[in-house]
Structure formats: structure tokens, C-alpha cells
Design a protein around this ligand. Structure first.
Ligand code: USQ
Length: 381
């Protein structure tokens, strides 16, 4: 069992990880400054269910096993973050404390800079503090498959071997993002690789595809429930499509719908965190995992939602709307993702049952769906 510091514990993945790792018996300290909630409010976006803040959500959990320490602090504040790390001496830091949305980062110069500033500064703080205090602490950082973009060659897991003029070397796989958010994640990776090779840190970078699904324990929904967003700025595509179908709105396929990405169920995200916790990198090593389980085009996802929800009497229409983003719509996509399977991931595959399960949760909260926050308002051009 480990002493773990979770940064960004109020989010979709942060909260799910907090509950799961607490159940596994780890000793947790969690931090969040609720900045995503603040920006959602500023932009008149709400999640499907507005959950209480961490302290309230932890009331029942904190009566059992180890008590979880909670801090309402900003990870871009070096001094405050350092004090927490000094006090709790984590063996592992899981860093989710980043602004996670591509459309948010492309809305205007203010949110673009906020995304860059928050994400780079929090990552810098984690790496620099760990270098100063305890280089043996394992840093697990959520990266994104979007760092690689859509190159016309296979996407390797983090690294590319290059033979140039008869000589060989290995470099970070080329990165070319198509939003400022994804660019901030590239900068994170560069910072962590810098500290890993210069200061012998131990870092795991999880290059995750868009996540879907629920973190709801059906036996006792309350403590497990994670924030579930479906709006045009903070929602990811599959969760959005399911909410749109339940609300009777045609699914918003952007452009031709041939964009391919690698997707992952939130339950598998949590398992990946558990597996990487058990596989600490050697000192001076950056382990990179491409964290997704299946590739789909947007059209395939829309069709799967339509066919699956038809089984429970929901009749769904699909529309193609002008793509608000600048992204390749027809492209080669073959991303390797074997490293995480090698250390033990048993993938949860996307099928009708999974989609219907998510839809049942959404149906319970159907009256809360705000139809005004579905159509994309942020344009890249
Ligand atoms: N899309 C639609 N219709 C929609 C929403 C999205 O066609 O209503 C399309 C987008 O144009 C894109 C694809 O679906 O081609 C995925 O979009 P997304 O909004 O689900 O995901 P994205 O903006 O790429 O970012 C999300 C998360 C981010 C994570 C990333 C992984 O917000 O935190 O890093 O997924 S990846 O996409 O592999 O970069």
C-alpha cells in the first residue's frame, strides 16, 4: 500500500481514481482548487449532475479505513504545493490537475493562455518539487493521444527509433497537436522528459484517448458518482452522443465524421492507473503507455449509439454539421497500444450493453439536460 497524492481529485478521472485507490487501501492526500467548476460556471455550462465538493463527498468514505486528507489548493502555487508534498511525503503523485478541454483552449486568448499557463506551471511545479525533495517519488501524469496528432505513419508508444545517415538513435515520437490544450500536454511531456533525464526522476506518461462511461457503483451510487459532462466545451464525444440521443437531439457528427481516435472506458482508465502504480519506472526512466483500447471513427461511434439505443426504444437521428475544429477528417490512423496490455490490462470493450448502461444513468437525469449547451459554439477558424 502506498502514500499517494492525487492532484485534481474533483474531476471526472480524479474522483474515480480517488474512490478506487482508497478502496484498494492506499493512503491518500487529494488536492483540487475547483477551477474547472469555476470556468464551467463562467461559460454557463453545467455537468449532468452537480456533485457536492470533495469534503462532502468524502464524509461517508472518511468514516472507513484511512482518512483521506483534502486540500483546496492551486497546484500552480509552488510554495503551497511544496508544503503539501513535504508534509505528506507521497511515494506516488498522480497529476490530473490540468484544464482538459480542446474547445476551451481555443475559445479566445484568455482561455488559451489559462490552459497553457495552468497545465505547464502545475507540471513544472510537480517535477521541480520532486527533484528538490524526493526524486524517487513516482510521477504519473495524464497525457493524451492528441499530442501525436494524425501522422501519415503508425503511431508508436511514445518513442521513435530513427536511422539517419547510417546512425541510430531514439527520440520522443514527433508531436503535432491541433489545439492549444493538446499543445500544453506536449509541453508537459517535454518538461517531464527534461527532468527525467537531467535529474533521474521516475515518470509514467499515460497517453490517453477520449474517455467515456460511468464511474457509478450500482450498489451505492453516491460515493462513486463522478462528474459527467456533455456540453460542447467540456464533454467528450461518446458521452455527448448518448446524452443527445436521450434528449432526442440529432447526434452532432463534426464534418465528414471520418476522424479516427482511440477510445477508453473510464473503468479501464482506473485499471491503467492501478497497473502503472505497480510498475514504478527505474530511476531516470520515462515510461509511456498509449492508453486506449479500441479505435473508432466518429461515424462508427454515432452508428453504434443509434443501433444500441434502438434496443431500448430510443430512436436516434444522426446529423453531419460543419466541423468547428481544424483537424484532418480523412487520415491514416494506426496507433500501437500494447504496453498497457503487457502489464495486465483486460480491456472493457465498447458494445450495446455498455452504451445502454450509460444511457440508463442519463435517462435518470433526463430532466436536467440543458439542450442549449449541446451545439458547438467554439470555432477554431
Ligand atoms: N466530435 C464530433 N462531435 C462532437 C464532439 C466531438 O464529431 O459532438 C469529434 C471531434 O471533432 C474529434 C473527436 O470527436 O474528432 C474527439 O473529440 P472529443 O471532444 O471527444 O475529444 P478531444 O477534444 O480530442 O479531447 C478529449 C479530451 C482530452 C483528451 C483527448 C484525447 O477532452 O482531455 O486528451 O480527448 S485525444 O482525442 O486522443 O486527443
Amino acid at each position: 500500500m502506498k502514500r499517494i497524492l492525487i492532484l485534481g481529485a474533483d474531476g471526472y478521472l480524479g474522483w474515480a481514481s480517488t474512490v478506487a485507490l482508497h478502496q484498494d487501501g492506499h493512503k491518500l492526500t487529494i488536492v483540487d482548487n475547483y477551477s474547472k467548476r469555476k470556468y464551467m460556471k463562467e461559460l454557463n455550462r453545467d455537468p449532468l449532475v452537480t456533485l457536492p465538493k470533495l469534503k462532502t463527498r468524502l464524509t461517508s468514505i472518511n468514516k472507513t479505513r484511512h482518512k483521506i486528507n483534502i486540500y483546496d489548493k492551486d497546484c500552480t502555487n509552488y510554495v503551497e504545493l511544496k508544503a503539501i508534498i513535504k508534509k505528506h511525503k507521497p511515494e506516488v503523485i498522480i497529476h490530473f490537475a490540468e484544464l482538459p478541454s480542446a474547445p476551451f483552449s481555443m475559445l479566445n486568448n484568455i482561455y488559451g493562455w489559462k490552459t497553457l499557463q495552468n497545465n505547464i506551471q502545475s507540471t513544472f511545479n510537480v517535477a521541480h518539487i520532486i527533484k528538490e525533495i524526493n526524486p524517487d517519488c513516482h510521477i504519473i501524469k495524464l497525457g493524451t493521444m492528441g499530442e501525436y496528432g494524425t501522422p501519415n505513419i503508425d503511431i508508436e508508444e511514445g518513442w521513435l527509433k530513427v536511422n539517419h545517415n547510417g546512425r541510430n538513435d531514439k527520440f520522443l515520437y514527433p508531436r503535432q497537436a491541433s489545439s492549444l490544450y493538446h499543445t500544453s500536454k506536449i509541453m508537459d511531456t517535454d518538461l517531464l522528459w527534461f527532468y527525467t533525464r537531467m535529474n533521474n526522476l521516475r515518470v509514467t506518461d499515460l497517453m490517453q484517448g477520449p474517455v467515456y462511461g460511468l464511474c457509478v457503483n450500482s450498489a451505492n451510487e453516491k460515493p462513486m458518482e463522478s462528474t459527467f459532462t456533455y456540453d460542447d466545451i467540456f464533454g467528450t464525444v461518446l458521452n455527448r452522443f448518448i446524452v443527445q440521443a436521450v434528449a432526442g437531439i440529432p447526434l452532432t457528427v463534426y464534418g465528414s465524421g471520418n476522424q479516427i481516435r482511440g477510445y477508453i472506458n473510464i473503468a479501464d482508465t482506473i485499471d491503467c492507473i492501478r497497473l502503472t502504480l505497480a510498475n514504478t519506472p527505474h530511476s531516470g526512466k520515462l515510461n509511456i503507455y498509449n492508453q486506449f483500447t479500441q479505435q473508432f471513427s466518429v461515424n462508427e461511434l454515432a452508428k453504434l449509439v443509434k443501433v444500441s439505443l434502438n434496443e431500448i426504444g430510443i430512436n436516434t437521428k444522426i446529423t453531419k454539421i460543419s466541423n468547428p475544429r481544424i483537424e484532418k477528417e480523412k487520415h491514416y490512423y494506426n496507433a500501437k497500444h500494447t504496453n498497457i496490455n503487457k502489464i495486465g490490462l483486460k480491456p472493457t470493450l465498447l458494445d450495446s450493453e455498455v452504451i445502454i448502461d450509460i444511457a440508463k444513468y442519463v435517462l435518470k437525469h433526463k430532466s436536467k439536460i440543458n439542450k442549449k449547451i449541446i451545439n458547438p459554439k467554439v470555432k477554431w477558424k
